[in-house]
Design a protein around this ligand. Sequence first.
Ligand code: SF4
Ligand code: SF4
Length: 216
Amino acid sequence: MSEHKRNNVVQELNSQLERGSLFAHTALGENAMRLAQLQAVVHGLADLLIAQGSISGSDLAKSIQHADEELRQRGEQLGPGTLIRVDTIEDTPAAAVVDCESRLHICQAVCCRLNFALSVEEIEDGHVRWDLGLPYHIRKQPNGCCVHQNGKGCSIYDHRPGVCRRYSCARDPRIWTDFEGMRLNHEWIAASLGEASRPRATAVLMHRIEPKGESS
Ligand code: SF4
Ligand code: SF4
């Protein structure tokens, strides 16, 4: 390729990049304006209803929290869905012991099908792969299982995310209807972690607790 032609290709790529950035920024700007307008209307309406005694502030707060949780579960929140996990002291309760070895023949490491966001440290560390289509959640295989679960265990065990280190299914009613009796919660698992479904358990997973040193 001649130098002239190469310069043209680079110029065209630069131009495409500029156009792409312009598009993204314009779209973001328009959305921000619409959201600001919507926010003003909703705040004005809420203030008016509270001032008139039609609703109470605490009822409104509960209703908002409920709607927010439903939208989160259905993955219908506004925005690109980008999420980064921030762990706090409350997210790291005392460890609970789970003997994974004795349960794997039943659970089939179903905990590795759960969805969760990575922390900045885990992303920067570079060992854990995140889903490019749902940044920065753990990357899944087409069957819904974590890409690091190789059928024998966690292939990045020494570098596994904090939620995996802290998680225990012992207190997770989504996994077991009867932990001691080893009865799985087939209903929730099929509905939430089935092959065709995209797990949306992020918020709950942020509070996973510590398993005994076994690959989950
Ligand atoms: S932590 Fe995971 S692998 Fe271990 S018993 Fe529970 S579901 Fe199974
Ligand atoms: S323990 Fe390993 S395989 Fe399981 S979800 Fe975590 S990173 Fe994935």
